[in-house]
Design a protein. Structure first.
Length: 402
């Protein structure tokens, strides 16, 4: 059955969890009026598979796509999130809520940003990147290369060329302390070329707080790459920062719509439509391809694991040394039960486990009570059952005793 997708996302004869879904594939989705929302249509699928496939991709999209999130903060004069700042209209907890709404895009796995403001409205665009205690202004980084979210994502997104920054000569003022210093635009360009720094705040107008006249505030935040949601207790951040819960997922909403589609004379095949909304740090098409790749790798791992376990079991079945243990010393049976074993000429545990209850009852004078004693002792000592198949027992059976 042909599996098709709007645009050039998929065209394959198998279900969509296959090698056609790669991060590098340039996907064309059906776009909506919202630039961060796209839709993709898969079909036709076998009846019922729309729900199965749609829910699987949706759960992976919401939980396993990496993203950047604020995990810690410092505010001068603040010791906990329930404090207040003189001259600030918002309490600290509302300032933190506003900062957690900031959307970061970077090729760094973690970084620190700082802000120092006085009077009026404070916005996200006022934050500056801190690298090796040197502040790089956010505005200067807007012309940097538009890199991927992280090397771990392997997202295939086009790079925008860097604008040439005009060099400015700075006056060298030597100081005795190790405090942060402003880096000139020429220094920023050199730094970007050397280490490929790329940090961007996609919503620089995000409101942080409002300050009264003559009120100053100093904020430092720590941003980290992660997946899904993480509680503050599970986060590892530098000393001095106040931990906060973090939501890393760049996926805001995923809606699945399933409708019937006609294939030949049948009209009950499924057509799956995924409406994916992101925060703008990753394309919806890239996120869907990544989700399919995650599912494919998971199923491959499960299949390999099952094959490995089966191989181990098969190997154990042919070399289990316990089959060669002598019954008389291994099971501690009563005299009557041992006499039954001797009558059947069973010497080893292997002789017993390949037998069955009918054969044990074939010896005159012995009943189910004696049989139960043998079965219970066999399970208690070895976790073995009667009628266990042992390939080539006659070959691997210890020699010298018939």
């Amino acid at each position: 059955m042909e599996l098709e997708c709007v645009g050039d996302v998929v065209s394959d004869k198998n279900i969509m969890l296959n090698s056609s879904f790669t991060e590098e594939q340039d996907s064309s989705f059906v776009s909506s009026n919202n630039k961060n929302t796209e839709s993709v249509v898969f079909g036709p699928l076998d009846p019922g598979y729309g729900v199965t496939v749609g829910n699987s991709i949706r759960r992976v999209l919401l939980s396993s796509i990496p993203g950047l999130g604020l995990v810690g903060f410092k505010i001068k004069g603040v010791n906990n999130v329930f404090s207040s700042i003189d001259g600030a209209h918002e309490d600290v907890k509302y300032i933190v809520i506003n900062m957690k709404k900031m959307i970061f895009k970077s090729n760094l796995n973690e970084f620190t940003m700082s802000l120092k403001a006085k009077d009026g409205q404070v916005t996200a665009g006022m934050f500056s990147l801190v690298i090796n205690r040197e502040k790089i202004s956010f505005d200067s980084l807007n012309s940097a290369k538009d890199e991927d979210l992280s090397d771990d994502l392997n997202f295939d997104e086009s790079e925008s060329s860097s604008d040439n920054l005009d060099s400015e000569e700075s006056n060298e003022n030597e100081t005795n302390d190790d405090s942060s210093k402003e880096v000139e635009s020429s220094d920023i360009a050199d730094e970007l070329d050397d280490s490929d720094l790329s940090v961007e705040i996609l919503n620089p107008d995000q409101h942080i707080c409002h300050l009264s006249k003559d009120t100053e505030i100093e904020i430092e935040i720590f941003v980290k790459l992660g997946k899904g949601y993480a509680s503050s207790n599970s986060l590892d951040i530098p000393d001095g920062f106040i931990k906060v819960d973090a939501s890393f997922s760049p996926i805001r909403r995923v809606a699945c719509e399933i409708s019937n589609v006609r294939v030949g004379q049948r009209t009950d095949y499924d057509q799956l439509t995924l409406n994916v909304e992101t925060n703008g740090t990753v394309q919806s098409s890239v996120a869907v391809n990544k989700s399919c790749s995650i599912l494919r790798d998971l199923f491959d791992e499960l299949m390999n694991q099952n094959q490995s376990e089966k191989s181990v079991v098969d190997q154990d079945d042919t070399v289990d040394e316990r089959w060669s243990h002598e019954i008389s010393s291994a099971l501690n049976l009563s005299n009557r039960a041992q006499n039954l074993i001797d009558a059947l000429e069973f010497v080893y545990i292997g002789d017993l486990v390949i037998s069955n209850e009918k054969r044990l009852l074939s010896v005159a004078g012995y009943g189910k009570k004696t049989i139960s004693e043998i079965k219970d002792s066999l399970y208690a000592n070895y976790k073995f059952y009667l009628e266990t198949k042992i390939d080539n027992w006659e070959t691997i059976r210890p020699k010298g005793v018939l």
